[in-house]
Ligand binder design. Structure first.
Ligand code: ADE
Length: 223
Protein backbone atom coordinates (compact mmCIF):
# COMPACT_ATOMS: atom_id res chain seq x y z
CA UNK A 1 0.00 0.00 0.00
CA UNK A 2 1.12 3.56 -0.70
CA UNK A 3 -0.26 6.64 1.07
CA UNK A 4 0.56 10.13 -0.25
CA UNK A 5 -0.28 12.88 2.22
CA UNK A 6 -0.57 16.46 0.95
CA UNK A 7 -0.11 19.13 3.62
CA UNK A 8 1.19 22.65 4.16
CA UNK A 9 2.59 21.53 7.54
CA UNK A 10 4.70 18.43 6.78
CA UNK A 11 6.56 18.69 10.13
CA UNK A 12 3.32 17.78 11.91
CA UNK A 13 3.42 14.35 10.27
CA UNK A 14 7.01 13.46 11.09
CA UNK A 15 6.58 11.92 14.51
CA UNK A 16 3.48 9.74 13.98
CA UNK A 17 5.22 7.81 11.20
CA UNK A 18 8.69 7.55 12.73
CA UNK A 19 8.00 5.28 15.69
CA UNK A 20 6.60 1.94 16.69
CA UNK A 21 4.16 0.05 14.45
CA UNK A 22 3.92 2.64 11.67
CA UNK A 23 7.70 2.86 11.39
CA UNK A 24 8.05 -0.92 11.37
CA UNK A 25 5.43 -1.24 8.63
CA UNK A 26 7.45 1.16 6.47
CA UNK A 27 10.78 -0.50 7.30
CA UNK A 28 9.27 -3.84 6.25
CA UNK A 29 8.09 -2.20 2.98
CA UNK A 30 4.48 -3.14 3.71
CA UNK A 31 3.45 0.48 3.36
CA UNK A 32 5.07 3.52 1.79
CA UNK A 33 4.02 6.85 3.29
CA UNK A 34 5.09 9.93 1.31
CA UNK A 35 4.43 13.41 2.70
CA UNK A 36 4.22 16.26 0.17
CA UNK A 37 4.69 19.89 1.13
CA UNK A 38 1.91 21.77 -0.66
CA UNK A 39 4.03 24.93 -0.69
CA UNK A 40 6.40 23.27 -3.15
CA UNK A 41 3.51 23.23 -5.64
CA UNK A 42 2.71 26.92 -5.27
CA UNK A 43 3.99 29.06 -8.14
CA UNK A 44 3.73 32.48 -6.51
CA UNK A 45 6.81 34.06 -5.01
CA UNK A 46 5.57 33.74 -1.40
CA UNK A 47 4.73 30.07 -1.92
CA UNK A 48 1.28 30.76 -0.53
CA UNK A 49 -1.39 28.09 -0.45
CA UNK A 50 -4.35 30.16 0.76
CA UNK A 51 -6.20 33.39 -0.03
CA UNK A 52 -9.09 35.57 1.18
CA UNK A 53 -12.60 34.19 0.78
CA UNK A 54 -14.69 35.65 -2.04
CA UNK A 55 -17.62 37.46 -0.50
CA UNK A 56 -15.59 38.38 2.59
CA UNK A 57 -15.62 36.87 6.05
CA UNK A 58 -12.95 35.77 8.49
CA UNK A 59 -10.48 33.06 7.67
CA UNK A 60 -8.35 32.12 4.72
CA UNK A 61 -9.30 29.50 2.15
CA UNK A 62 -6.87 27.00 0.59
CA UNK A 63 -6.48 27.73 -3.12
CA UNK A 64 -7.10 25.18 -5.84
CA UNK A 65 -3.97 25.71 -7.99
CA UNK A 66 -1.23 24.11 -5.82
CA UNK A 67 -3.58 21.28 -4.79
CA UNK A 68 -4.47 20.61 -8.44
CA UNK A 69 -0.78 20.70 -9.43
CA UNK A 70 0.22 18.28 -6.67
CA UNK A 71 -2.62 15.81 -7.30
CA UNK A 72 -2.01 15.92 -11.09
CA UNK A 73 1.69 15.25 -10.55
CA UNK A 74 0.89 12.23 -8.38
CA UNK A 75 -1.79 10.89 -10.71
CA UNK A 76 0.70 11.03 -13.60
CA UNK A 77 2.95 8.69 -11.64
CA UNK A 78 0.39 6.01 -10.75
CA UNK A 79 -3.37 5.41 -10.54
CA UNK A 80 -5.05 6.23 -7.21
CA UNK A 81 -7.99 4.37 -5.71
CA UNK A 82 -9.22 7.37 -3.75
CA UNK A 83 -8.32 11.02 -3.24
CA UNK A 84 -9.47 11.69 0.31
CA UNK A 85 -10.02 15.12 1.88
CA UNK A 86 -9.75 15.09 5.68
CA UNK A 87 -12.64 17.26 6.83
CA UNK A 88 -14.77 17.57 9.99
CA UNK A 89 -17.95 17.30 7.89
CA UNK A 90 -16.83 14.17 6.01
CA UNK A 91 -18.02 10.57 6.39
CA UNK A 92 -17.24 9.38 9.93
CA UNK A 93 -14.27 7.04 10.25
CA UNK A 94 -15.29 3.63 11.58
CA UNK A 95 -13.48 0.31 11.83
CA UNK A 96 -15.49 -0.89 8.81
CA UNK A 97 -14.24 2.06 6.74
CA UNK A 98 -10.64 1.48 7.91
CA UNK A 99 -10.97 -2.19 6.90
CA UNK A 100 -12.33 -1.24 3.49
CA UNK A 101 -9.64 1.37 2.78
CA UNK A 102 -6.83 -0.91 4.01
CA UNK A 103 -7.52 -3.08 0.94
CA UNK A 104 -6.67 -0.22 -1.45
CA UNK A 105 -3.32 0.08 -3.19
CA UNK A 106 -2.73 3.83 -3.57
CA UNK A 107 -4.41 6.61 -1.60
CA UNK A 108 -3.99 10.37 -1.51
CA UNK A 109 -4.92 12.15 1.74
CA UNK A 110 -5.36 15.93 1.51
CA UNK A 111 -5.09 17.82 4.79
CA UNK A 112 -7.24 20.93 5.07
CA UNK A 113 -6.38 24.07 7.00
CA UNK A 114 -7.72 27.53 7.72
CA UNK A 115 -11.41 27.88 6.83
CA UNK A 116 -11.24 24.93 4.45
CA UNK A 117 -10.50 24.47 0.76
CA UNK A 118 -11.99 26.13 -2.29
CA UNK A 119 -15.19 24.18 -2.91
CA UNK A 120 -14.04 23.32 -6.46
CA UNK A 121 -11.36 21.06 -4.95
CA UNK A 122 -14.10 19.08 -3.24
CA UNK A 123 -16.28 19.03 -6.34
CA UNK A 124 -13.66 18.06 -8.90
CA UNK A 125 -10.50 16.65 -7.34
CA UNK A 126 -11.67 14.69 -4.31
CA UNK A 127 -13.37 11.28 -4.41
CA UNK A 128 -14.13 10.97 -0.71
CA UNK A 129 -14.20 13.07 2.47
CA UNK A 130 -13.46 11.57 5.88
CA UNK A 131 -13.84 12.94 9.41
CA UNK A 132 -12.32 11.32 12.48
CA UNK A 133 -15.07 12.67 14.74
CA UNK A 134 -17.55 15.46 15.31
CA UNK A 135 -15.09 18.05 16.56
CA UNK A 136 -12.87 20.51 14.75
CA UNK A 137 -9.09 20.14 14.71
CA UNK A 138 -6.70 22.90 13.66
CA UNK A 139 -5.95 21.00 10.49
CA UNK A 140 -6.31 17.65 8.78
CA UNK A 141 -2.78 16.40 9.62
CA UNK A 142 -3.62 14.66 12.90
CA UNK A 143 -6.74 13.22 11.28
CA UNK A 144 -4.64 11.89 8.35
CA UNK A 145 -2.27 10.28 10.86
CA UNK A 146 -5.20 8.67 12.69
CA UNK A 147 -6.72 7.32 9.46
CA UNK A 148 -3.31 6.03 8.28
CA UNK A 149 -2.67 4.29 11.60
CA UNK A 150 -6.11 2.64 11.56
CA UNK A 151 -5.45 1.27 8.04
CA UNK A 152 -1.77 0.37 8.32
CA UNK A 153 -2.10 -1.78 11.46
CA UNK A 154 -4.56 -3.97 9.53
CA UNK A 155 -2.10 -4.79 6.72
CA UNK A 156 -0.87 -8.39 6.83
CA UNK A 157 2.54 -8.66 8.48
CA UNK A 158 2.37 -5.33 10.32
CA UNK A 159 1.37 -6.67 13.75
CA UNK A 160 3.60 -9.37 15.19
CA UNK A 161 0.70 -11.50 16.30
CA UNK A 162 -1.36 -11.77 13.11
CA UNK A 163 -4.53 -12.47 15.02
CA UNK A 164 -4.29 -9.46 17.27
CA UNK A 165 -5.94 -6.99 14.87
CA UNK A 166 -8.81 -9.47 14.57
CA UNK A 167 -9.49 -9.35 18.31
CA UNK A 168 -9.55 -5.53 18.37
CA UNK A 169 -12.63 -3.68 19.52
CA UNK A 170 -15.17 -3.23 16.68
CA UNK A 171 -13.59 -5.88 14.46
CA UNK A 172 -16.48 -8.29 15.09
CA UNK A 173 -19.03 -5.57 15.81
CA UNK A 174 -18.31 -5.73 19.58
CA UNK A 175 -15.90 -3.84 21.79
CA UNK A 176 -12.99 -5.86 23.20
CA UNK A 177 -13.29 -7.67 26.57
CA UNK A 178 -11.19 -6.65 29.61
CA UNK A 179 -7.61 -7.94 29.75
CA UNK A 180 -5.36 -8.61 32.76
CA UNK A 181 -1.74 -9.47 33.40
CA UNK A 182 0.43 -10.32 36.40
CA UNK A 183 0.14 -10.04 39.37
CA UNK A 184 -2.99 -12.17 39.74
CA UNK A 185 -3.83 -10.16 42.85
CA UNK A 186 -2.90 -6.53 43.62
CA UNK A 187 -4.12 -4.61 46.68
CA UNK A 188 -6.72 -7.37 47.12
CA UNK A 189 -8.02 -6.72 43.56
CA UNK A 190 -8.24 -10.10 41.85
CA UNK A 191 -8.11 -11.26 38.26
CA UNK A 192 -11.28 -13.24 37.37
CA UNK A 193 -10.72 -16.92 38.27
CA UNK A 194 -11.73 -18.17 34.83
CA UNK A 195 -8.71 -16.47 33.22
CA UNK A 196 -6.40 -18.45 35.51
CA UNK A 197 -8.22 -21.75 34.92
CA UNK A 198 -6.37 -22.73 31.73
CA UNK A 199 -9.73 -23.86 30.31
CA UNK A 200 -9.67 -22.36 26.80
CA UNK A 201 -13.33 -22.90 25.89
CA UNK A 202 -14.50 -21.34 29.16
CA UNK A 203 -12.11 -18.41 28.73
CA UNK A 204 -13.40 -17.76 25.19
CA UNK A 205 -16.98 -17.94 26.40
CA UNK A 206 -16.24 -15.51 29.27
CA UNK A 207 -14.52 -13.09 26.89
CA UNK A 208 -17.43 -13.16 24.49
CA UNK A 209 -19.93 -12.50 27.30
CA UNK A 210 -17.83 -9.62 28.60
CA UNK A 211 -17.61 -8.16 25.09
CA UNK A 212 -21.38 -8.28 24.74
CA UNK A 213 -21.91 -6.73 28.21
CA UNK A 214 -19.42 -3.97 27.48
CA UNK A 215 -20.92 -3.28 24.07
CA UNK A 216 -24.41 -3.03 25.62
CA UNK A 217 -23.11 -0.58 28.21
CA UNK A 218 -20.82 1.53 26.01
CA UNK A 219 -21.85 1.17 22.35
CA UNK A 220 -25.43 -0.16 22.37
CA UNK A 221 -25.93 1.01 18.78
CA UNK A 222 -23.47 -1.66 17.62
CA UNK A 223 -25.77 -4.47 18.77
N1 ADE B 1 -9.91 18.58 10.01
C1 ADE B 1 -10.33 19.34 11.05
N2 ADE B 1 -11.10 18.63 11.88
C2 ADE B 1 -11.17 17.36 11.36
C3 ADE B 1 -11.82 16.17 11.76
N3 ADE B 1 -12.55 16.11 12.86
N4 ADE B 1 -11.67 15.08 10.98
C4 ADE B 1 -10.94 15.14 9.85
N5 ADE B 1 -10.32 16.24 9.43
C5 ADE B 1 -10.41 17.33 10.17
Amino acid sequence: MRIDIITCLPQLLESPFSDSILKRAQDKKIVEVVVHNLRAYSLDKHKSTDDYAFGGGAGMVMTIEPIHRCISFLKNERPYDEVIYMSPDGELLTQALANQLSLKKNLILLCGHYKGVDERVREHLITREISIGDYVLSGGELAAAVLSDAMIRLLPGVLNDESSALSDSFQDGLVAPPVYTRPAEFNGWKVPDVLLSGHEAKINEWRHQESVKRTEARRPKLL
